[in-house]
Design a protein around this ligand. Structure first.
Ligand code: ZN
Length: 424
């Protein structure tokens, strides 16, 4: 699998230099705390073995946890950043652009120009079925999922295109040069563990160095410059990582990301919610039926090769008159969705603080503290939605009087009914 890097040269170099800075800072902190504070000052000069042992145990415990979570985060953002696969057109175009660059062809041929990555109106567009086999997904006005014109793919709920790495990222949070890549749903848990342990590690360094300075001032001996340098370093990195931790924990509890927060107070989410087949549009909502019909199924013989997004049945019009003998694939597996809107500022994925926390950090304390298992929210196998939804969805259904209708007819039931109907 190719390594995902920033598209900007400056960021790529920053990303490569930062680990060197971090190794330098941690090596110096180890020298200052183990060599100067514990060994030279507390043990040799003041014979305070007890406090020295406490500091050393805390120091190395947090050191291990910090390094472990750092490596886990870096490995995840580089090897498994949680990106959405490119669409066929984007794969083809990027491959050609790469070949052209390799051959030194630049700018003057068609293939190297920015390409048109508009919505794929093919009813069988690859990837569409991953949406309409769920009960709820985020959609546009025509009932199709969101489309990324750079990646030429359908964007799963909460995925965003990152211009930094030029790919769509699942539950994207931010690009972090400190860990060398994009923080998204795969790495967020490890990232929060890393910032938490680093803040605690800095607190131990700060406490050990600052208390030694206090003792030196009390006894009137000259100040060790390494104590002062360690205090300053620990205060700087400690404050930075502490603020990062507080912000991240707040996002986890609210089930938000840095990207979700942008304009979140006024943001309206548009959801396609599965309703029984045959449900018609009303003056409150329109419906869309998947699989989308082929143009000849929509148009009563008129040619319509621009493939208008047919499936939004206009208000008050039955879906049937426009359709000419639906194909058997449609008979067996059509799914109808009502297109509904949340109120501004509502977050459909907010399940309450406790469940939000568990969806990212895991369901038990070991998961919370150790960087082994991935977040439960990275599992997208549920047929309900890409991410579990909370009370807002029930509120939205109630507002549209769909509480009793939504999700009621399972696909299996519909299939059985159809087969029975066909036999009779
Ligand atoms: Zn994209």
């Amino acid at each position: 699998m190719p390594i995902i890097e920033s598209t900007r040269a400056v960021t790529r170099w920053t990303t490569r230099i930062i680990p060197v800075i971090l190794v330098g800072a941690v090596s110096y902190a180890t020298f200052a705390i183990v060599g100067r504070v514990c060994s030279s000052y507390l043990i040799n000069k003041r014979s305070e073995l007890g406090p020295a042992i406490v500091i050393l145990v805390l120091y190395f415990l947090l050191f291990l946890l910090m390094v472990g979570t750092y490596l886990r985060t870096v490995a995840t953002v580089i090897l498994d950043p949680g990106i959405v696969p490119l669409g066929p057109l984007a794969i083809e175009r990027r491959k050609r652009a790469k070949d052209n660059r390799r051959q030194g062809i630049q700018g003057h041929d068609l293939e190297s120009r920015p390409y048109y990555g508009g919505i794929d109106f093919d009813p069988d567009s690859p990837g569409l079925e991953q949406f309409y086999t769920k009960d709820v997904f985020v959609c546009e006005n025509d009932g199709r999922p969101k489309w990324c014109s750079q990646c030429c793919n359908w964007k799963p709920d909460r995925a965003h295109h990152s211009s930094e790495i030029d790919r769509c990222v699942l539950r994207m949070d931010h690009y972090c040069p400190w860990v060398g890549g994009m923080i998204g749903e795969n790495s967020f848990k490890f990232f929060v563990q890393f910032t938490t342990y680093t803040a605690c590690y800095c607190a131990v360094v700060l406490g050990a160095a600052a208390s030694s300075i206090r003792k030196e001032i009390k006894e009137g001996s000259p100040l060790d410059p390494h104590f002062i340098a360690a205090t300053v370093l620990a205060a700087f990195f400690g404050l930075f990582t502490f603020l990062m931790t507080v912000t991240s924990v707040r996002y986890i509890i609210l089930n938000m990301t840095n990207v979700d927060m942008l304009g979140s107070r006024t943001k309206v989410h548009q959801l396609a919610v599965r309703v029984p087949r045959g449900t018609e549009s009303t003056d409150k909502f329109t419906v869309v039926t998947y699989p989308l019909p082929k143009p000849e199924e929509v148009t009563n013989g008129r040619s319509n090769d621009t493939a208008r997004p047919r499936a939004v049945e206009s208000r008050g019009v039955s879906p049937q008159p426009n359709r000419v003998s639906p194909s058997s694939r449609d008979d067996l597996a059509t799914r109808t969705f009502a297109i509904l809107k949340t109120e501004p500022g509502e977050n459909p994925w907010n399940m309450g603080a406790w469940k939000n926390w568990q969806s990212v950090m895991g369901t038990n304390v070991l998961d919370w503290i150790l960087p082994f298992r991935r977040s439960p929210c990275v599992n997208h196998e549920s047929h309900e939605s890409f991410y579990p939804m909370g009370k807002v969805l029930a509120d939205v259904l109630a507002r549209y009087n769909l509480t009793d209708l939504a999700f009621k007819n399972g696909a299996g039931l519909e299939m059985k009914e159809l087969r029975r109907g066909n036999r009779s």
